[in-house]
Design a protein around this ligand. Structure first.
Ligand code: BMA
Length: 311
């Protein structure tokens, strides 16, 4: 049996609050893409109010990032966006689509948590488009192309009788979503038995869409956040071809085991490279950012050969 699927970068953590030129308490749960030959990272930071904002960092190699002097996205100050972002913006995913980047982020307010959609083409200006869920949703990712003429997203609504599961939904215009259905649930006495949620935007592979997701296991010492993989059918992403029985990343390094929230590895980003590897980015203990590399074929095969049922 193979031991590790993700090779941690020896320079982890790659970004901490000491690298940020304005005052923040954490640097974690970042979206990352390659844009014009550079890696752009949008990371979440807690402020000392306990609420979150999003900063931007840039890198030539995907490992060494420089943070820009000002935050990239802070809660809106007027209109509907202000009403629903008052408690902060969190966990951005950067979804490349049709030559633009669509940022899906968690917006917190007294009304709960819902998903905001914003668009940028240059990572300088950003346009808020719409809220694309009601409350009690987090972790939305959008597939990088239309499938059968429609946009497709994965997200994670929560309700008491169907806790923290992954759902799939469709849209003609990225704003109005429907035809939703649940496609994957936590499995009892499995490492992800309490919660699951989409992580990085899906990566296209000849055998299917690779989805790197997070799973949570409750213990007497609090919850443990780990990462796993599943594979969605190319022409019908609501069909799951396989979910790996094994996790691919578990908290292990000191900064993953101890921090603002102990025992957390949480991803919003994986960047595919031309050599068949990907760079996986994860927030560690909700405090710092880390990265590592993995082989895409190996992750895809893991979904198909060592599977657990999706529900
Ligand atoms: C989840 C989210 C994540 C966070 C994780 C661990 O519910 O709040 O942003 O990384 O918990 O605290």
């Amino acid at each position: 049996m193979r031991k590790e699927f993700v090779t941690r970068y020896e320079g982890n953590p790659i970004l901490t609050k000491a690298d940020v030129p304005y005052k923040v308490e954490t640097v974690h749960n970042a979206g990352v893409v390659k844009h014009n030959g550079q890696y752009i990272m949008l990371f979440r930071s807690h402020l000392d109010t306990g609420r979150s904002i999003i900063g931007k960092a840039v890198s030539d190699d995907g490992f060494n990032f420089t943070v820009e002097p000002e935050p990239f996205m802070t809660p809106a100050k007027e209109g509907d966006f202000a009403e629903y972002e008052a408690f902060g913006v969190e966990d951005p995913r950067i979804n490349p689509l049709e030559g633009a980047y669509y940022i899906t982020y968690s917006a917190y307010s007294k009304h709960g948590v819902r998903i905001g959609l914003a668009k940028t083409t240059d990572f300088v200006s950003i346009e808020r488009i719409a809220f694309i869920t009601q409350a009690d949703y987090r972790n939305t990712v959008i597939f990088p192309e239309k499938i059968n003429g429609r946009y497709v997203k994965l997200d994670r609504p929560h309700s008491d009788i169907s806790p923290w599961s992954i759902w799939c939904a469709y849209s003609p215009d990225l704003i109005h979503w429907g035809d939703s259905k649940v496609i994957m649930k936590p499995v009892t006495y499995h490492w992800d038995e309490m919660k699951i949620g989409p992580g990085a935007p899906p990566i296209k592979h000849e055998k299917g869409w690779l989805n790197i997701y997070h799973g949570v296991f409750p213990t007497m010492d609090g919850s443990v956040y780990r990462l796993g993989v599943c594979l969605h059918k190319l022409d019908d992403p609501s069909t799951i071809l396989g979910v790996s029985d094994r996790w691919i990343l578990t908290p292990e390094d000191p900064w993953e085991l101890v921090g603002y929230v102990h025992n957390v590895v949480f991803t919003c980003a994986a960047v595919p490279e031309d050599d068949g590897t990907l760079k996986l980015y994860w927030g560690a203990a909700d405090t710092v950012m880390c990265t590592g590399t993995a082989n895409i074929d190996e992750l895809v095969d893991l979904c198909l050969t060592e599977s657990r049922p999706p529900m």
